[in-house]
Design a protein around this ligand. Structure first.
Ligand code: F6P
Length: 320
């Protein structure tokens, strides 16, 4: 193993830069050359890359986003895109490729592995925390903290005006962010795509809260539950409590990574380079029960990582 490539792909996540830095520096320490492809899989398809050295990754550990840029790139799942990407891996004489991203990025890496002999190693980085096999992904902790600190402020106005606020957090398909944010911010209700909810039961629980003296409240809803604007109007119409919607949105994807996201990036980066040095392939690094582990690429592509329903239950109990 002499030379590897690095690519960041899909939605950016705070801590991706810290992961690039860790991979580059630890690879160099083992005598490997590193190049980084710009704009995700698009850079591999068009052969747009830069050489990465320990010095070129200085001063990025605290920066959000990704110095390599990223993109959503459907071409990488098509025959022509895969052939071009594999061709550029061969042209650059890459022995391995580190893919920093989410499950979509790993599905692309898996497809690409059928066209190239280069070893594929994934590093889970997505705010959604929806990569199967790992308890946590790089960026999740930062996104949760961003949303919680916003909700702390929103609660001030909710209390002052006796209002309900639906706070919509990211999570198009999954409720990991909503669940952790709701629990940590003391939300009265948490709505996630994984658990269908009954509108009448929701109105009833709000009326009960009001009767018990809770005149304001926070409902944390994952974006994947549907039309939160309409839900706000329906709650107001059915409970008589003034209800507003606040969408936190893309702010959750940006900003300086938390210490935990950087820490995870360092540990994941170290494991990724170690796996490459051992000639391992088609693997993703992860965290399970406090240990850094190897997950098969195939497993990490699964879309059914279970949500912690116990955390939802606890949040419900604490909100009474
Ligand atoms: O990064 C994951 C995610 O934040 C999802 O929660 C969200 O639905 C999606 O990305 C939206 O991103 P984009 O607009 O870049 O497709």
């Amino acid at each position: 193993m002499k030379k590897i490539g690095v690519v960041t792909s899909g939605g950016d996540a705070p801590g991706m830069n810290a992961a690039i830095r860790a991979v580059v520096r630890l690879a160099y320490a083992r005598g490997l050359q590193v190049i980084g492809f710009r704009h995700g899989w698009g850079g591999l398809i068009s052969n747009d890359f830069l050489s990465l050295t320990p010095r070129s990754v200085s001063g990025i550990v605290q920066a959000g986003g990704t110095m390599l840029h990223t993109c959503r790139c459907p071409e990488i799942m098509m025959e022509e895109g895969l052939r071009k990407a594999a061709g550029h891996i061969a042209e650059n004489k890459l022995d391995g490729l580190v893919v920093i991203g989410g499950d979509g990025s790993f599905r692309a890496a898996s497809a690409l592995s059928r066209y190239t002999g280069a070893r594929m190693i994934g590093v889970p980085a997505t705010i959604d925390n929806d990569v199967f096999g790992t308890d946590e992904t790089i960026g999740f902790d930062t996104a949760v903290n961003t949303a919680v600190s916003d909700i702390d402020k929103i609660r001030d106005t909710a209390t002052s005006l006796d209002r309900i606020f639906i706070v919509e957090v990211m999570g198009r398909k999954r409720g990991f962010i909503a669940c952790m944010v709701g629990l940590s911010s003391g939300a009265e209700i948490i709505l996630v795509p994984e658990v269908p909810f009954d509108h009448e039961a929701l109105y009833r629980s709000i009326r009960e809260n009001v009767a018990a003296g809770k005149k304001s409240g926070i409902i944390v809803a994952a974006e994947g539950i549907g039309d939160t604007g309409r839900l706000a109007r329906d709650i107001e119409a059915n409970t008589g409590v003034e209800t507003r919607l606040s969408i936190i949105g893309y702010a959750q994807r940006g900003g300086n990574p938390s210490a935990r996201s950087r820490y995870l990036a360092a540990l994941f980066g170290e494991k990724a380079v170690e796996l490459l040095a051992r000639d391992d392939s088609n693997a993703v690094v992860g965290l399970r029960d406090g240990h850094i582990i190897r997950i098969s690429l195939e497993e990490a592509c699964r879309a059914d990582k279970p949500l912690d329903l116990e955390a939802l239950r606890l949040a419900g109990q604490l909100a009474r």
